[in-house]
Design a binder for this molecule. Sequence first.
Ligand SMILES: [Zn+2]
Length: 553
Amino acid sequence: MNRRTLLLVVALAACAPRPQVAPAPPQTPRLTATATAQRVVLVSFDGMGADALASHTDLPAFAQLASDGAVARVVPVNPTQTSSAHVAILTGASPQVNGIVANRFHVPGTPPDAVAEGMMTDIDVETLVEAARRQGKRVGAVVFPTVDARTPRRAADFGVAWPRPLTKGQVVHLTRDDFHREWVPPTWTATASRHPSFSPVLRARLDWNAPQHARADVDLVAYDSTDDRTENYDTFFIESGEHEQAPDARGWFAIAQRTADGTYGSWSKLLAPDPALHDVTIYWGAIGRTDAYPESFRTMLDDEIGFWPGSPDEHAGLDVTTIAEQMERLSAFLTRVQTLAIERMPFDLLLAYQPQIDSASHQFLGTPDGDRAIGLAFHLSDDALAAIRARLDPARDALVVVGDHGLMHLDTLVHMNAWLPEHGFDAWRAFATGHVAELYGEDRRDELVKTLTDSGFFEQVTVKDASSHRNSGDVVAIAKPNVAVDEGRDAPSTGKPPGNGNHGALNTHPELHTVLLAAGAGVPHGSFGTIAQTKIARFVTSLLGIQPPAAAE
Ligand SMILES: [Zn+2]
C-alpha cells in the first residue's frame, strides 16, 4: 500500500457514515497472525492521532511500514487518556474491567484526599507481560507505561521504568555579584587560569545536588578573550572537579556523576551569556538516572549510551527551540536504548514507548509554533521507527506500531474543586485531569448531574452503575474537547488552560482516533478497517503464538 492509500484508508475509516439501512458492508478481514513470529516488538507513540499522522506526508518510515503490512484505524477506549489506553492495550480489556478508569481517580477505602494515578495503580486483570511470561516467553519493556517493575506483576524480564526526576529543572539568573575573582574553598588548591583572559577570570558557583544520591560543585567560568581594554566576557567554560568543558554550539552542557547505583546526570543550557555578566541566564536541568533493571542492563545502558537525559521541561518557561532540543535528545536516547535492547537482549516480546508527539501536542497544538514543534515530534518518531525497523529481521520478527489517542485543541480550564462548592456541591470531591472528572460523593446526586450537564462544559455525564468498576467516580463528567478540567480549588473556577492540546474527551471524536501499523513475520497484509483498542493484545499474542491475556476481548 502506498502513502496515498494509507491516507485514504485512515481518512475513509474516519468519515464513513453509518447508514441506518444499508446493504451488508463488505466483511473486513479480522486482524490476526498468519504465522508465528520469533520476536514481536510493540512500539507505542503517545498521542499519535490517525488524522494527525495522515496529515504528515513526509514520514518515509511510517509510509514504508504501512505499505509493507497491516494498517488499521484504532478507536481508543473511553476515557481517551494515556494510562487507560495503554492498560487497555496491555490487557485487551476496557477500563471498567481493568480498573484504570482514568489518569486520576480515587480508590474506594483510601483516605478521601488520596489520588490514584492510572500509571501507578494496580491493574485488576492479566497484562500482556504477565500472559507472555506465564507461557514461557521473555519480555522486555523500555519505558512502556505501567510496566515499571514496582511490583513483580508490573515487571518484565528486563526493562527501563519512566524515572521521576530527582530535582526540578529551573532557569537561573546569575548577576555580576554571583561572579568572583577568587573562589578557592579551603579544600581546593588555587590553580592557574586555564585559558588566556584580558579581564580577570571570574567564576560563579552552581549547586548540583540530588540529595542522598549525587552532588558536585560546578563553576561557570567567564573569560574575556579579546584584547580591547573592555571587560566583555565572551567565553564560558564549566568546571566540575578536575573536569572542564565548553558548552556545545547550542549552549548545552552535561554534568554527570557515576555512583554505586548508576550514573546521575543533567543537561543544562547557557541560554543568554551576558558579556557584562549582569544577567547570565542558564537553564539548570533536572538531575536523573536511568531506572533500569536488572543491574546488568542498567550498567550496559550507562556505559554505552549515558545517563537519562530528562524530559522536555514544560514548567520552566523555556523557549520552543530549547524544548524541541530536549525532545530531540530524549527521543534519540530512547531510540538508542530500544535498538540496543533489540540487538543485545534476549526477548520474545519487547514493549517500547516514546512520548514526543504527545508532549509537543499538549504544549503547542493549534499555536503559531505548533506546526513546527509537532512536525519535529512526528519526524523524531519516524527516525525512531526507521532505526528500530532496521534492527529487525522481517522473516523472523514482527513489528507492531500503535498510538494511544490523538489530541484536540483546548481554550478553557475548569477547576473542579472550586466549581463544585461554587454550585453548592461542597460534599463532592473531584479527581480530574485532561477532559475527565471523576466525582465522588452522594449528596444530591441527580441535581449535580443536571448542573454539570447544564453548565455547557461537558459532553457526557454518567452515574456509576453495576457495569462500572469500583474505582469509577460516583459521577463521571467528560468535558467537551475545548474544555480541560483539573483539581484546583481556587476561584475563579474557570480560566485559561496551561497547555493547548489535550485528550480524554469521548472516543467518538475522530481526532482522538489512533492507528495500528504492523509488518514482518506473521503479519497479514492490507487494511483491517477500524478496530477497537482492546483488540491489540489479542493480535500481539497471535503473533507470539500464545494465549491472550485472561480478560482480553
Ligand atoms: Zn497518551
